[in-house]
Design a protein around this ligand. Structure first.
Ligand SMILES: *Cc1c(COP(=O)(O)O)cnc(C)c1O
Length: 398
């Protein structure tokens, strides 16, 4: 037998974390890493936040799981937080980002199909090149990235792909089957690429004119990451449906599909469900995260740290014009676009300088630290990044 007990779908590296301390990870062999990856934009309160740990511990000792057949005081509390602080009127809780996007896709289809005069032909969502929406069959089908499709045919029908930030191309794909748009306000895996103002506002306008659903995937850019609770707030628009996950549990598996009352009109009794979704333990984690981040003081601090980090990054890349092209992103969701494939540099930072970042598409290195970083972590980050850039040997082209 040569297959590993962990199904070998991830090419796992030599970093083997066994403990977290604030913004650092400690490996099995004692190596200490500065974590500017946050479990891919998940651990927004770092690894040892007393409030989050306390909330999980006390809820675990009180009540972990009950069925969604029962009333949920814990779920009502977190849903109310989200309703009070976002565009939404109603929330469906999930255990992951892909499930949140699935729920959002179903909500958009049901808006058109499930109701008086429902139109069964309105099922198509227009999505965008290099998007990432998850790894379930519906969510891989929603992305044009063929590397995620290979081996999994047939895909789910009902997605059309337009170039990101190209409003005219999106408009040209609209037809009698169109149900709406599904878009990340800032593409994460695609390389920290923000949607333009005209694009987001144009999609909103088209959706309003044609009675289409504007569905945002804020699984990576949501929950205070960009210095706003949700990234749509930067664009002066509101979606009809939004998928959130990653940061919302602070490390506990949790996601949600948030919708307006109008958008959720098709999601009636029995149309959707989840055994674990919204369990009391997840609700305790999500509530602790909201209590920490959903206030102006925290959000302004994220925006301010983001600006400082970005200014220093821009200055830094000027020292290495042969390596780096530009810095982009919002708040503490930043990307450095390299002039070559970004993976070797990311590996070099990780293995030789104990700095964890994340490689992304479009030759980009993702800088997505815990939102609780302070000046010492930012200084340590630049020490490691500078040393890493100075010692980096660009691999010979194959
Ligand atoms: C990570 C991610 C997902 C999928 O979330 P999972 O929790 O891995 O299922 C979906 N959309 C975006 C934008 C993401 O970054």
């Amino acid at each position: 037998m040569s297959i590993t007990p962990l199904m070998p779908v991830y090419p796992r590296c030599g970093v083997r974390p066994v403990r977290g301390e604030h913004c650092h990870l400690i490996g099995e062999d004692g190596t200490r890493y500065l974590d500017f990856a946050s479990g891919i934009a998940v651990n927004l309160l770092g690894h040892s936040h007393a409030g989050l740990i306390g909330a999980i511990q006390s809820q675990a000792a009180t009540l972990m799981h009950v069925s969604n057949l029962y009333g949920s005081p814990q779920g009502e509390k977190l849903a109310q937080w989200l309703v009070d602080t976002t565009f939404g009127d109603t929330v469906f809780f999930t255990n992951s980002g892909a499930e949140a996007v699935e729920a959002a896709i179903k909500t958009a289809r049901a808006y058109h199909q499930n109701g008086a005069g429902g139109d069964k032909n309105r099922f198509e969502l227009i999505t965008f090149h290099n998007a990432f929406h998850g790894r379930t069959m519906a969510t891989i089908s929603a992305s044009n990235q063929e590397k995620m499709h290979h081996g999994f045919s047939p895909l789910l029908a009902g997605f059309k792909y337009a170039p990101f930030n190209d409003l005219e191309a999106a408009r040209a794909l609209i037809g009698p089957n169109t149900a709406g748009f599904l878009v990340e306000p800032i593409q994460g895996e695609g390389g920290i690429r923000p949607a333009s103002m005209e694009f987001m506002q144009g999609l909103r306008k088209l959706a309003d004119e044609l009675d289409l659903m504007l569905v945002l995937d804020e699984v990576q850019c949501g929950v205070a990451r960009t210095g706003k609770l949700y990234a749509y707030e930067h664009y002066g628009i509101e979606p009809d449906i939004l998928a959130t996950a990653k940061g919302i549990g602070g490390g506990f598996p949790l996601g949600a599909c948030i919708a307006t009352e109008k958008a959720a009109r098709g999601m009636t009794f029995g149309t959707h469900g989840s055994t674990y979704g919204g369990n009391p333990l997840a609700m305790a984690a999500g509530t602790a995260v909201m209590e920490a981040v959903a206030n102006d003081e925290f959000l302004n601090a994220v925006a301010e740290k983001g600006e400082r980090l970005r200014a220093r990054l821009e200055q830094f890349i000027g020292n290495y014009p042969e390596l780096f092209e530009l810095v982009r992103g919002k708040g503490l969701m930043l990307g450095i676009r390299m002039k070559m494939e970004s993976r070797p540099f990311y590996v070099h930072l990780r293995d030789n300088h104990q700095l964890l970042t994340v490689a992304a598409g479009d030759n980009t290195i993702r800088i997505i630290p815990p939102l609780v970083i302070g000046e010492p972590e930012i200084d340590e980050f630049f020490d490691k990044l500078s040393a890493g850039a100075a010692s980096f040997k660009v691999p010979e082209a194959a």
